[in-house]
Design a protein around this ligand. Structure first.
Ligand code: PGA
Length: 251
């Protein structure tokens, strides 16, 4: 079995102003020195340039929260992969549940974004996850399989060699209700097995992050699970001390 390096990625969502992100960024840069975990920050896109300038020389990777599937053109308000590349972004979150639910992003569009990100040489962080009513109806695996298969079909299994999957149960995002390590592990294992149906080796190397109310107190228990390879952190990534504790949580 491959030893997968833990990845902790901050998703700042639509939070912060220059005044608040500058000290946050500074504390994170200083605090992660010597940490063996891979750390990434996905700020709001207008702050990408600011972070790019400050992260130069730091181990922290830069990411984006969203991108257009299209190359360029008359698409008011959109941002292209080449723009993100200009600022040395390495990761792009695609298919976050907030984009799926609030901006009507469908599986096919998510798959197209995944492909655009990879084609540009960046790494997609593909989010999948079920709603509370889907879990209660015992549909968790059906939903996750559908979301994964849409991307496998369009991008091919090989594409997952250079991708990250994030399991984010929608009922756990921003609610303070974390999935238990066992609940999360069960779905992470399902995701890995789903990928293994196509290719064992790819399934073995792909990192599967957990997201949904990860905090300084629960990260370590989650990261100890066999198929949990790190976290996608929302709320707790806005508090330097909490985020740093999560970055230091070991397997
Ligand atoms: P949360 O968000 O940590 O605030 O629950 C996680 C996410 O949506 O990526």
């Amino acid at each position: 079995m491959t030893e997968r390096q833990i990845l902790v990625a901050a998703n700042w969502k639509m939070n912060g102003t220059l005044e608040t992100i500058r000290p946050l960024m500074k504390s994170i840069i200083e605090g992660v020195q010597g940490v063996t975990t891979e750390v990434a920050i996905c700020p709001p896109s207008v702050f990408i340039a600011e972070l790019a300038a400050n992260l130069d020389g730091s181990e922290i990777k830069l990411g984006a929260q969203n991108v257009s599937q299209l190359e360029k053109g008359a698409y008011t308000g959109e941002i292209s992969v080449s723009m993100l590349k200009d600022f040395a972004c390495q990761y792009v979150i695609v298919g976050h549940s907030e984009r799926r639910a609030l901006y009507a992003e469908k599986d096919l569009l998510v798959a197209e974004k995944f492909i655009a990100v990879q084609a540009s040489g960046m790494v997609p962080i593909l989010c999948v996850g079920e709603l509370l009513e889907e879990r209660e109806a015992n549909d968790t695996e059906t939903v996750i399989a559908r979301q994964l298969d849409a991307v496998i079909e369009l991008a091919g299994i090989e594409a997952f060699k250079n991708a990250v999957v994030a399991y984010e149960p929608v009922w756990a995002i921003g609610t303070g209700k974390t999935a238990t390590p066992e609940q999360a592990q069960e779905v992470h294992e399902f995701i890995r097995l789903r990928l293994a149906r196509h290719d064992n080796q790819t399934a073995d190397i792909v990192r599967i992050l957990y997201g949904g109310s990860v905090n300084a107190g629960n990260a370590e228990q989650l990261f100890k699970m066999a198929d949990i390879d790190g976290g996608l952190i929302g709320g707790a990534s806005l508090v330097a001390e909490d985020f740093l504790t999560i970055c230091k949580a070991m397997r």
